[in-house]
Structure formats: structure tokens, C-alpha cells
Design a protein around this ligand. Structure first.
Ligand code: ZN
Length: 268
């Protein structure tokens, strides 16, 4: 099932299956216990992130070709960081260029497969891990590179935490429709030009390995998102570098899931 979350014109929030850009078949029930069709067609005024995230984990340098383009060594363990839930935003909303990024362009895109945990996972084995996945969506791990590398005292979190730095959507595709998450094409297209292109088969740590690793002595609640890393072609590693600017349109495209498209505007 392809599940979207949206506001109707009265501001009520629903889950639904998109019909077109402005209408959805409303679903009822609980995202984690099960949604069922109502047969109602509802007008959509605003598409939201398909999940209200309860935690957002990010994984750094998880594609071999991306680790190579940054000059970094292949990690021995997953490089873990977190993004606050306040960074999450939907497919209808713009990416905001922070006012505190005022020393020149530095805001970058990272197209990523996002995993949505469906039931509490703790100490799960790699073999069981995918049983805990509700589904998948597209994400953009937007990153302010100067803040990431120099403004966070060696922690990446500062540069990845600004408001609207985690677009999600357009839909959550349930896990039954993605039998192999390790064979999906992932692309980022900026103003019509392909910037990133890769396949999840290039991941250093698979989705199952990441869930097993993250759940060790740690509860992954339903609604936890894991952003699984980004393929090569990020802006800062290009020659010359490319950074997001006011008026840009950035698309994350993942095979079998869809297209997450956001505009970019100055927040200041
Ligand atoms: Zn990332």
C-alpha cells in the first residue's frame, strides 16, 4: 500500500492513498495497528510527511562510492547521528536556507532511502530485522556543510538539525511492496540535472544490519526513521561545488517509492 498523510481544507489530518495531486482515498485506523479503506474521496490542501517521526537516525558514509568521493575511509561501524523531529517536513513544503548560514552557500542535498520502524524493536537479529519495518519513504538529509564540519565541535548534528532539513515523502510504501530494499535506484535531481545516482546495493551496512546494530540495548519505537546514507554526487564533493540556492527545485527519486520534490527558499 502507498500511504500518504495530509490535511484536508478544514485542517484535519488524515492518512490516505493519493488519487491525484489534490485528492486522496481516506484511510482510517492506526498506522501501526493497521489502516483500512473507507471509500471516501477527500480533498487535500497540504501533503504532510507520511509519518510523524518519533526519532530520526542518520547514517553517515554508508555508500562505498560516496565514502570514496569524500576521501573518507570505509567505516568499520555505522556512523550514527540524529536529526531532531523538528527538522522533518513534508513534500508540499520548502527547504529553508537558515539565516545562520550567512557566510556563503553551504546547504547541500543528500537523497536517502528512509526506513520506517513499525513495531518496537530491541535486540533484533539481522535475520529478523526486516520484520520490524513498516515501510519505506524518500528523504533528503539536508546538510549545512560549514556547520557540519566546523560549527559542531566534530559532531555532525548541528549542521543537520535546522528546521526543514529533513523532507520526507511523498508516500510511505509498505514493506510488502519492497521485498528487497538492497536493490533500489536512488537519484537526486537539482533543477532538472541529475546530481546523485546510485543503488542501495552499494550500501556498506544493509538495512537489516543497521536495524540490528541500532536496536542493541536500544528500543526503536514505532515511528522511528533511519536515513540510510546517500549515494555519490553530493554538492560539496563536486568540482566546482554545488550548493542549494533560493529558487532551486530538488527532487529525491527512489525506485518503487516515488519522487519527493521540494523548493528551496531563504528563511531569513
Ligand atoms: Zn545523509
Amino acid at each position: 500500500m502507498r500511504i500518504a498523510r495530509f490535511q484536508d481544507p478544514a485542517g484535519n489530518v488524515h492518512y490516505g492513498v493519493p488519487i491525484d495531486e489534490a485528492n486522496a482515498n481516506r484511510l482510517e485506523g492506526d498506522l501501526y495497528q493497521g489502516l483500512s479503506e473507507t471509500g471516501d474521496t477527500v480533498a487535500v490542501s497540504n501533503w504532510l510527511a507520511p509519518v510523524a517521526a518519533v526519532n530520526i537516525f542518520g547514517i553517515g558514509l554508508n555508500y562505498r562510492a560516496h565514502a570514496e568521493e569524500t576521501g573518507a575511509q570505509i567505516p568499520e561501524h555505522p556512523i550514527l547521528f540524529m536529526k531532531p523531529t523538528t527538522s522533518a517536513t513534508g513534500p508540499s513544503d520548502p527547504i529553508l536556507l537558515p539565516a545562520s548560514c550567512d557566510r556563503g552557500p553551504e546547504v547541500d542535498y543528500e537523497a536517502e532511502l528512509a526506513v520506517v520502524i513499525g513495531r518496537a524493536a530491541k535486540d533484533v537479529s539481522e535475520a529478523q530485522a526486516l520484520d520490524y519495518v513498516l515501510g519505506y519513504t524518500c528523504s533528503n538529509d539536508v546538510s549545512a556543510r560549514r556547520w557540519q564540519k566546523h560549527g559542531g565541535a566534530r559532531q555532525w548534528v548541528r549542521g543537520k538539525s535546522f528546521d526543514a532539513f529533513c523532507p520526507l515523502g511523498p508516500v510511505l510504501v509498505t514493506a510488502d511492496e519492497i521485498p528487497d530494499p538492497q536493490n533500489l535506484e536512488v537519484r537526486c535531481v537539482l533543477n532538472g540535472e541529475t546530481m546523485q545516482s546510485g543503488n542501495t546495493s552499494d550500501m556498506i551496512f544493509s538495512v537489516a544490519q543497521l536495524i540490528a546494530h541500532l536496536s542493541r540495548d536500544t528500543t526503536l519505537l514505532p515511528g522511528t526513521l533511519i536515513l540510510t546514507g546517500t549515494p555519490p554526487g553530493v554538492g560539496f564533493a563536486r568540482k566546482p561545488p554545488v550548493f542549494l540556492a533560493d529558487g532551486d527545485i530538488v527532487r529525491v527519486e527512489i525506485e518503487g517509492i516515488g519522487v519527493l520534490e521540494n523548493s528551496v527558499i531563504n528563511a531569513g
